[in-house]
Design a protein. Structure first.
Length: 344
């Protein structure tokens, strides 16, 4: 038995899990991703459950996060900060703190464009010496409606094999390094991997996935925010072995650069190539963003999933998810596709 499988077995046999699945009034949900896609999902999910955990990618190397990572050798805090902000409530306290941690300084000096929340998170990491404890403390300060965890405690570099990254050599496949560069490549991403290879997962993230009723993956930047979770071996094992039902939430539109020209079904094909053992239960897509429903249904079926189409985009036409509409779609899926506990 590998050390990874032994660790999963120990987590599954821990006191929290031995006592059986909590018989509460709401589903226990884990959402995985990063950036604005995960924030959209969390803003929706906090409206329908109070038992919510975000597991966040930690490969960002741009902006304020990249500068802090380079200078201090810490995890990039930006996507963790965005997840915490999305979990803030709609009352004055929650909205005030959401604005505060998202606030960026504007100056001619070293603080320019640093986000307050990034500095707060890094300061607590240095004070407490514990990533999870520090994030839990920030969450309590904000009154966050859920918990935020990094997928790994090791700063990661995202690397991609890209065809045509150099426009002068459109057929050449080369390695592109760094999440910020991968996200903006003008070439066709073939695959991604993490450096170091096979990084350790945060144990609390593995335990959350194993103990969940539902796991939600996406929406978000496909190669730089969604797929990286499947490249952490312990986390992938947990996603494969969990008794939770798994929902994949598709983007509203291809991302310029990273997934330029991708159809909804191609997103599924790419995910399947990176994690061939991972089965899904439901694929959620906006009904207006799926031109070929039959092809999407076929691609979802190969992953073991049914397709749910629902209006989840903002009414103004912007390619962004509407929190209320997305919440309604998640709630219907949780009710219609089988319950693990009597939530209501």
């Amino acid at each position: 038995m590998t050390a990874r499988n032994l660790r999963l077995r120990r987590l599954r046999g821990s006191d929290a899990l031995r006592t059986g699945r909590r018989r509460g009034t709401q589903p226990k949900v884990v959402a995985l991703g990063g950036g604005m896609g995960l924030s959209a999902s969390l803003a929706a999910l906090r409206r329908i459950t109070g038992d919510l955990t975000a597991v966040v990618t930690v490969a960002d190397d741009g902006g304020s996060s990249g500068r802090l990572r380079k200078e201090l050798g810490v995890l990039p805090p930006g996507d963790l900060r965005k997840a915490l902000a999305a979990l803030c409530g709609d009352d004055d306290w929650g909205q005030t703190w959401s604005r505060v941690i998202q606030h960026r300084f504007q100056s001619q000096g070293e603080l320019h464009e640093h986000a307050v929340g990034n500095l707060l998170i890094v300061a607590l990491w240095e004070q407490l010496g514990d990533h999870v404890q520090a994030l839990d403390l920030v969450g309590r300060l904000l009154g966050a409606h859920g918990r935020v965890l990094p997928m790994s405690a090791v700063p990661l570099e995202l690397q991609a094999l890209v065809r045509g990254h150099d426009p002068a050599r459109p057929d050449e496949v080369g390695t592109v390094r760094g999440q910020a560069t991968v996200a903006l490549t003008r070439g066709e991403v073939q695959s991604v991997h993490l450096v170091p290879n096979g990084p350790p997962a945060v144990p609390e993230a593995v335990e959350a996935v194993l103990d969940a009723d539902w796991v939600v993956l996406g929406p978000g930047s496909w190669f730089s925010s969604v797929i990286p979770h499947l490249l952490v071996p312990e986390l992938l094992d947990a996603l494969v072995e969990t008794r939770a039902r798994r929902v994949l939430s598709l983007n509203l539109a291809p991302q310029p650069g990273e997934t330029e020209g991708f159809s909804p079904q191609r997103h599924l094909e790419v995910l399947g190539r990176h994690a061939p053992k991972l089965a899904l239960d439901v694929v959620l897509a906006d009904e207006a963003a799926v031109p070929d429903r039959e092809s999407l249904a076929d691609a979802a079926k190969r992953l073991g999933a049914a397709v749910e189409l629902a209006p989840v985009a903002r009414p103004d036409g912007a390619p962004k998810h509407d929190p209320e509409l997305l919440a309604a779609a998640y709630d219907r899926i949780f009710r219609m596709h089988g319950r693990i506990g009597p939530w209501r």
